[in-house]
Design a protein around this ligand. Sequence first.
Ligand SMILES: NC(=O)c1ccc[n+]([C@@H]2O[C@H](COP(=O)([O-])OP(=O)(O)OC[C@H]3O[C@@H](n4cnc5c(N)ncnc54)[C@H](OP(=O)(O)O)[C@@H]3O)[C@@H](O)[C@H]2O)c1
Length: 237
Amino acid sequence: MDKIVIITGVSRESGLGFETARQLKDLGYKVIITARDLDKVSELAEKIGVFARQLDITNDQSIDGLVKDIDKEFGRIDVLINNAGSFFDQGAEPLSSDIEFIKAAIDTNLLGAWRMIKAFHNLLEQSDQPRIVNVSSGAGSFDDPVFGLANHFSKVPVYGITKLALNGLTVKLATQFKEHKIKINSVDPGFTATYPGTEEWGARPVEEGAIGIVWAATLPNDGPSGGFFKDGKPINW
Ligand SMILES: NC(=O)c1ccc[n+]([C@@H]2O[C@H](COP(=O)([O-])OP(=O)(O)OC[C@H]3O[C@@H](n4cnc5c(N)ncnc54)[C@H](OP(=O)(O)O)[C@@H]3O)[C@@H](O)[C@H]2O)c1
């Protein structure tokens, strides 16, 4: 039976979500890609022969609708990839960050994943090998030499703090899921060329960035849970 994976935030062909979908489809997964804009996600789905659904991860009704739809059609999911994330506040400083912007960033980057996991964990429990991947960032870690939280050159305070919090969610849920079979991990895709011009700044190809996400989505039963990984290797928080 094909494994079923849901990926959030797939609205651009050059994005990590689309490349992750492509790689998992090649591995034989039944892939459901989602985005706020149904037209965009449907067009992308058609290109690689996967399923498309509308989903806004800040909207409970949108999430509930998807849960009902997937429950009716498939009765389970095997993998949830919380890829949707935004609010990269390049050049900002925490004191001058707008509180409404901060709230919106938390609502998407942290609460979006949290809502999705709360909504889908019953369908994940129906799987033999359920996996959750939270797509995080080196900007939410202390260790990343360029984007890390304590690094002077790192100027993405709001984005970084939301990814730090997302990592916290990964750890707390892994503890709760200990008695269950669900494995949950955070993945840093690394600086990846998902936007034009970023290669010049050292971003790597999207095919490479997605490899670690696919690795965490396809973990065997003796794989880790509650960790933070890049390219399938543990990294410091
Ligand atoms: N590229 C990098 O260097 C890098 C490095 C580390 C981590 N990451 C992480 O990787 C993930 C993918 O990023 P990307 O670089 O591939 O950029 P991207 O294509 O812009 O991906 C972000 C996606 O999140 C979606 N999104 C935003 N708010 C949403 C909401 N409320 N509901 C549903 N979807 C929503 C966006 O959709 P809309 O088009 O509707 O806005 C977009 O499809 C993000 O979590 C990002 O933080 C990226």
